[in-house]
Ligand binder design. Structure first.
Ligand code: SF4
Length: 267
């Protein structure tokens, strides 16, 4: 069985959600514009580090999604996202704070870790390079609003960065956040993950897999407004027994449990 960060995080959010996705094979439809834009933007970044035309790469990749019946968030459109993407690439290029040597080997790097004879853990790291001269593990994020920077040190609690630090043994980590707003912005957020955090994460993975293998899938539904995870959960139609909602949001791909690592490649 291949496990990934996304699988562990889905289980910790709601074990029932994990069952819908990985055991029963229900998957969100790939028509979310923000997700497909994130993929296209990452291709543009790869082109930038290969000294190719990054704006051209973004246009090509994003054009390929244009006729896929995209669902846009409020205020977004295909043209607007393209324009923001090109402005972000410009800003990133002017900032010139990231260096990636050997981009063919240092982008989208696959790491595997054997957990037991039956299980392994797979992670795809966006990049390993330098941020302002410090060697880091780097994650790209595209978003429509800034990531919070307060209180100071908050980034060190990011579970995905802790997971990737555990997978690679690299302590210095960074998130480069491409913020699509009227005046675009690139945030360069850096932190250090400690050995203790890495060990704790390893224990969390072991414990989560033990619960999955014991078939513990009780729902963790929301309790109080406004932090009710069910209200934004793509699987809410299944839990409410409403086939129409299921049809709009999900497709079924049985046997999905062994393809969970593919989720690592989505945004
Ligand atoms: S709708 Fe709520 S209970 Fe159902 S899977 Fe989603 S988070 Fe869990």
């Amino acid at each position: 069985m291949h496990y990934s960060y996304t699988q562990i995080s889905q289980y910790l959010t709601c074990p029932r959600r994990y069952r819908h996705r990985y055991l029963d094979g229900w998957q969100e439809k790939d028509t979310r514009a923000v997700m497909l834009f994130g993929k296209a933007f990452e291709q543009a970044l790869a082109a930038y580090f290969r000294h190719e035309d990054s704006a051209g790469a973004l246009f090509t990749e994003w054009s390929a999604c244009q006729n896929q019946g995209l669902h846009f968030s409020k205020g977004d459109s295909w043209d607007r996202m393209l324009q923001q993407g090109i402005m972000l690439l410009d800003r990133f290029c002017q900032d010139d704070r990231i260096r990636i040597r050997q981009p063919k080997r240092s982008l989208q790097i696959k790491f595997e870790r054997q957990l037991s004879t039956a299980n392994n853990f797979v992670a795809y790291i966006d990049a390993i390079g330098t941020v302002d001269g410090t060697r880091c593990l780097i994650e790209w994020k595209t978003t429509s609003s800034r990531y919070p920077e307060e209180p100071n040190g908050l980034l060190a609690l990011d579970p995905q960065l802790v997971c990737y630090s555990w997978m690679t043994g690299i302590s210095e980590v960074a998130q480069v956040v491409f913020v699509r707003k009227r005046l675009v912005e690139v945030q360069y957020l850096r932190t250090t993950i400690t050995e203790e955090q890495r060990q704790e994460f390893g224990r969390l993975v072991e414990d989560t897999i033990r619960r999955i293998e014991s078939a513990e899938f009780l729902p963790h539904s929301g309790i109080r407004f406004p932090q009710n995870p069910c209200s934004t959960c793509p699987y809410v139609g299944l839990c409410l027994g409403k086939p129409k909602m299921v049809e709009i949001a999900l497709v079924r791909r049985p046997g999905a449990q062994n393809l969970g690592w593919l989720d690592e490649l989505t945004y």
